[in-house]
Design a protein around this ligand. Structure first.
Ligand SMILES: Nc1ncnc2c1ncn2[C@@H]1O[C@H](COP(=O)(O)OP(=O)(O)OP(=O)(O)O)[C@@H](O)[C@H]1O
Length: 348
């Protein structure tokens, strides 16, 4: 932890971005309430699927001003309607350059809902880091993405009221715009309130009534949360640590071929980093580095060490030893000075 404490300043400033919940209105503060007919027409009858998740399908939508948008349609069910409502209410509060922007929504008040979101044309970070991706994400983009995601987490953890735990930080929940600026999405697992204790809820099905619903995704879930069911800001920092390992190595959080977790593959290196306070041999750094970056002229091995150091501290146990998001932001700015030019993520 000393490596963090020596270079951070705490920022306790908070802004209240509460916005009133809209019900039945057409458009308030730029967020529009749509009818189902509107939704069908915006998506040309759901003609283009651009993504899917555990609880939803995402379609390309075209706004009246010809701009593209993304429509996230939640699976119809009473339980998932609560997930939709929770995500809607959280997104209505949030306004940050690195958090996906809510443009509108549809709500039947019973079991169906849809969110109209700004469209991020480069898709998600997991796809971009995939070995089969045509384009190799450059090192300077990777450091900027880590920085911007840390800023988004800092915002929900420390700068909005009430504070929010995202609960599912992973590379497929990080979307990229045309300049590879990142935006955090998917607040369906988020918990509002400080260090919330999550009482695992049972599913609606009587057959599976003993099944508990945990939040998080394989390869990213904080082992402390798995043991205790306590969702806290530090579980987001754990997920962030895994994302940073993905950015450095270009590997998936869970290997598709061998099912191996990246945190396990990197365990030895992480221990060495923590033991040496980040002072590790360049050769070891190179061994872990995404080989597609070897020829990247923007690559700087000292910056790679900084990123690995951030990841290592975010993955520490117990969670109290992990840095806060603002400590990570400060550390990245201090050690990767080019990031300070990004400011707090300029809008396009
Ligand atoms: N605004 C957007 N612009 C472009 N693509 C998007 C947008 N929102 C979502 N997607 C795509 O759809 C995928 C799934 O979105 P999202 O994570 O919000 O769904 P989910 O059902 O909550 O998924 P999960 O299973 O992670 O809970 C994203 O990884 C991304 O590829």
């Amino acid at each position: 932890m000393s490596c963090f404490l020596s270079c951070v300043r705490f920022d306790d400033s908070s802004t209240d971005n509460n916005k009133p919940m809209i019900k039945g209105s057409v458009s308030v503060s730029g967020v529009t309430c749509y009818s189902w007919d509107d939704v069908e027409s915006l998506t040309s009858n759901f003609s283009k699927l651009i993504g899917s998740g555990g609880y939803s399908s995402i379609y390309l939508a075209r706004l009246s001003n010809s701009n593209n948008a993304a429509l996230k349609v939640h699976v119809s069910s009473h339980r998932l309607y609560q997930v939709f409502r929770s995500e809607l209410e959280i997104l209505l509060r949030l306004q940050h350059p690195h958090i996906v922007k809510l443009l509108g929504y549809f709500d039947d008040s019973e079991e169906s809902g849809a969110l109209l979101l700004e469209y991020l044309p480069q898709g998600n970070l997991q796809e971009k880091l995939n070995r089969n991706s045509k384009q190799v994400l450059q090192w300077r983009n990777r450091t900027a993405i880590a920085f911007q995601v840390a800023q988004a987490i800092e915002h929900i953890h420390e700068k909005c009221s009430p504070q929010i735990v995202h609960g599912d930080i992973k590379s497929s929940n990080i979307l990229l715009d045309k300049h590879f600026n990142s935006k955090l999405c998917d607040f369906g697992s988020a918990k509002v309130g400080f260090s919330s204790m999550v009482q695992p809820s049972t599913t609606m099905s009587p057959r599976s009534s003993k099944q508990v619903m945990m939040i998080g995704s394989p390869g990213y879930t904080d082992p402390h949360y798995l043991r205790t069911g306590i969702a806290s800001k530090k579980m987001d920092m754990y997920g962030f640590g895994v994302v940073v390992l993905e950015l450095v190595s270009g590997k998936e959080a869970v290997s598709a071929e061998r099912g191996e977790m990246l945190v396990h593959t990197a365990a030895l290196l992480i221990h060495e980093i923590l033991d040496s306070n980040g002072d590790i041999a360049e050769e070891k750094v190179r061994q872990f580095l995404d080989p597609r970056l070897y020829k990247d002229t923007s690559l700087d091995l000292e910056e790679v060490k900084t990123m690995l150091c951030v990841a290592a501290y975010c993955l520490r146990s117990p969670p109290s030893l992990r840095p806060s998001a603002s400590q990570v932001v400060q550390k990245l700015v201090k050690k990767i000075p080019s990031l300070s030019f990004l400011g707090c993520g300029k809008e396009e």
